[in-house]
Ligand binder design. Structure first.
Ligand SMILES: [Zn+2]
Length: 57
């Protein structure tokens, strides 16, 4: 993972690279970030946290 992107991950769990859903959400979050879409980015963090609580606990 690119170090400069790591601060994005601080607000939510780190995506697992062996999980398609994690990667899907992570890619969407990167895209929101690139477009300056902060609310979209927050939505992705919420999705990721929810997914983690359902799939990775
Ligand atoms: Zn996952």
């Amino acid at each position: 993972m690119i170090y400069a992107l790591r601060r994005i991950w601080l607000e939510a769990p780190e995506p697992r690279d062996d999980c398609d859903r994690c990667l899907e959400i992570a890619e969407q979050r990167v895209e929101c970030r690139r477009q300056g879409n902060r609310s979209g980015e927050s939505d992705c963090n919420v999705l990721l946290r929810r997914h983690f609580s359902e799939a990775h606990t």
